[in-house]
Design a protein around this ligand. Structure first.
Ligand code: ZN
Length: 658
């Protein structure tokens, strides 16, 4: 299951309480397993074995898992889908960035006739959170810490951009924030506040019209040495549409002095003492930079097996899905909640359990003597943990017509059925009669069904959401969040296999009911929140835990405190951004029913290019824009629809369920 990013503090507390409340079950006695339980156990054990490496896209481990799933489909005699490559539907996702070796940078100051070249990795270093660079003679402006902070509750009124025009120029900014050693600092005392976030600074520079960002270490970080940050320091994803690079403090100091702006140390001290910005255009300083960051796509694939139906409804398709990818070895941007751990995240519950359930459904339905009246397509998705990428890829590149796709049943985290046999079923609002159906089927098998009309209760989304956004009715079974969620301890020993056997019985009955109905189930809007609020992002796991890890080695691939800064969002816009990387605006995969965006006439497919007067290039810019507003604010949203620009006024609401 996908972690909901940029969770508000309240959302967090809710998730933490849920996790704390959910105990884990471990059975002391080795039970005798039924045939179905043995199959489920074998599948989960294989998929969640250390040898599968946590099934991160791009690893041998997930490839082996894909082959295993395809092997089961083949054994069962399932067909391949037309247009697929055998049982596979390949697609690509963004991988680890690398830098072309020809990266160059030069700076011209007024006391020299010619620009001076800087040495890569010694004097300067590009960061992959920014774009590739092709800058020639761009004027440089010193902009303090690159922070604009106006928060009356914290008594913060500080703007490094006040009184300087940075349009079309590059900004030179310091990492982190002022007054880091001051307990009384309005920037959260000695803790780092959200204003220290590198991505937030990138968006702020972009919003002020800057063409590039040059960052330097702050005095605290550079106490002993002044290391340049590694390329993927803030994660592999590009979060701003302008170049972002780093130079040494010594270089920056020389630049300030050449422009008659005093020394760097004095300037920092002045900011600390007065909390007044010391920004200035650096007279005669221009920079040129040329480098290319390769985003190195990773190949991955959905695994798809087909059981054809027979009769007048044989052209209608029911999907049974579950994602088979997980977080690999964790890491800062993976969605792991075990910060700094590089242990294998086996994802037994998330989602070896759901994958095993898809395989079990395939076994049961394919072994029936009579063909079913409708086609059933079994799908194991990749890229779910990166933002529902596999299911989004499928619905954008469907192998069966969407208008004849009549239902989707999703299994994600079905391995932790509790003592009370509580099973949560989402999406009962997406078709009439679903609530009654799951109640009666669930009741007959001894389950207590917790029904949720919409797609999510705010914890996270899963692949059914991609189908729902195409107006296909969905149901999603889930046994709940627990302490091992997105941690290396989500192991197969903790799976409730007997519980999975019972869920398989329920799944089978449900699918038979759906497949045999005389009329296809109707789609209705579920009418409640869809996961992903106004700006969930694929990469920013920055809000995913309340624990701030301390002082990571800046050379490690992980992040540092400043990347962990939390973005607090109080206003609700009600949109679901497409998770695909984009740097030219944020395309919406959908809007939440009854939400402010929908009420204002914003639609799925719209590309948001400006929000509240600020330009939007990336999903990070977008999130930052929403975070800058309060419920009740009326904002102008500029968007592109079918190539045409339009502006709509939206009244932001309070976030639902709070
Ligand atoms: Zn997950």
């Amino acid at each position: 299951m996908l972690l909901t990013r940029y969770r508000t503090a309240l959302g967090f507390a809710f998730a933490a309480a849920l996790m704390a409340a959910a105990g884990r079950q471990a059975s002391a006695i080795e039970p005798v397993l039924s045939a179905a339980e043995s199959r489920l156990k074998a599948d989960v054990t294989y998929l969640a074995d250390d040898l599968r490496e946590g099934r991160a896209p791009g690893t041998n481990g997930i490839e082996a898992a894909a082959d295993y799933i395809a092997g089961v489909f083949r054994e069962l005699g399932l067909k391949t889908a037309p247009g697929a490559q055998g049982y596979f539907q390949p697609f690509t996702i963004a991988g680890t960035p690398t830098l072309d070796d020809k990266a160059s940078m030069a700076i011209k100051t007024k006391d020299k006739d010619k620009p001076e070249s800087l040495a890569l990795k010694t004097d300067f270093a590009p960061l992959s959170l920014g774009a590739s660079a092709d800058l020639k003679g761009v004027p440089l402006v010193f902009a303090g810490y690159g922070i604009t902070a106006k928060e009356s509750e914290r008594k913060l009124d500080y703007d490094d951009y006040a009184g300087v025009d940075v349009k079309g120029k590059a900004v030179l900014i310091i990492r982190r924030e002022p007054q880091q050693k001051d307990e009384k600092s309005p920037f959260d005392g000695k803790e780092l506040s959200s204003h220290s976030d590198l991505r937030g600074k990138a968006t702020n520079a972009f919003h002020h019209g800057a063409k590039a960002i040059v960052i330097i270490s702050d005095t605290e970080t550079a106490k002993d040495s002044d290391p340049l940050l590694p390329l993927a320091y803030a994660g592999g994803d590009q979060s701003t549409s302008i170049p972002f690079l780093m130079i040494t403090r010594a270089r920056a100091d020389a630049l300030l002095k050449s422009a008659g702006a005093g020394s760097l140390a004095d300037t920092e001290q002045k900011i600390d003492e007065t909390l007044k910005p010391q920004s200035k255009v650096l007279d005669g300083v221009t920079l040129s930079a040329n480098y290319k960051i390769n985003r190195n796509e990773i190949k991955t694939k959905n695994v798809i097996g087909v059981l054809e139906g027979s009769g007048p409804h044989a052209d209608e398709t029911i999907f049974v899905g579950g994602h088979y990818d997980h977080l690999g070895h964790g890491g800062m941007r993976s969605g792991s909640l075990a910060f700094l751990s590089r242990d294998i995240h086996n994802g037994a519950d998330d989602n070896a359990s759901g994958t095993a359930m898809v395989l079990e459904m395939a076994r049961r339905l394919s072994r029936r003597h009579e063909p079913l009246p409708r086609r059933v397509v079994f799908m194991a998705f990749s890229g779910e943990e990166r933002g529902l990428l596999g299911s989004m890829h499928y619905v954008k590149n469907p192998l069966y017509p969407i208008d004849k796709s009549v239902f989707m049943v999703n299994f994600d985290m079905v391995g932790r059925l509790n003592d009370k046999s509580e099973l949560t079923v989402f999406g009962v609002g997406s078709t009439p009669g679903a609530a009654e159906l799951v109640d009666s089927l669930g009741g007959s098998l001894g389950f207590t069904i917790k029904k949720v009309r919409g797609m999510s209760d705010g914890i996270g989304g899963s692949d059914h959401q991609s189908f729902y956004l195409k107006n296909i009715p969905v149901l999603f079974a889930f046994t709940g969040i627990h302490n091992d969620y997105h941690r290396p301890s989500d192991d197969h020993e903790r799976i409730n296999i007997a519980g999975m056997g019972r869920i398989a019985d329920l799944g089978e009955l449900l699918l038979l009911n759906l497949a045999k109905r005389p009329k296809r189930p109707e789609f209705t809007k579920a009418g409640s929140q869809v996961a992903g609020h106004g700006g969930a992002t694929p990469a920013a796991s920055s809000t995913s835990n309340n624990a701030k890890p301390k002082a990571a080695d800046p050379h490690s691939s992980g992040g540092n405190d400043e990347d962990m800064a939390r973005v607090s969002i109080t206003a609700y816009f009600g949109s679901i951004p497409d998770y695909e990387d984009s740097t030219t605006g944020v395309k919406l995969a959908g809007v939440s029913e009854g939400g402010p965006a929908e009420k204002a006439g914003i639609k799925s497919g719209d590309i948001i290019i400006s929000f509240g007067g600020k330009p939007v290039a990336t999903v990070y810019d977008y999130t930052k824009c929403i975070a800058a507003h309060k419920p009740g604010d009326v904002v102008e949203v500029k968007l592109k629809r079918d190539g045409k620009e339009m502006t709509l006024k939206v009244t932001l609401a309070p976030r639902p369920g709070r």
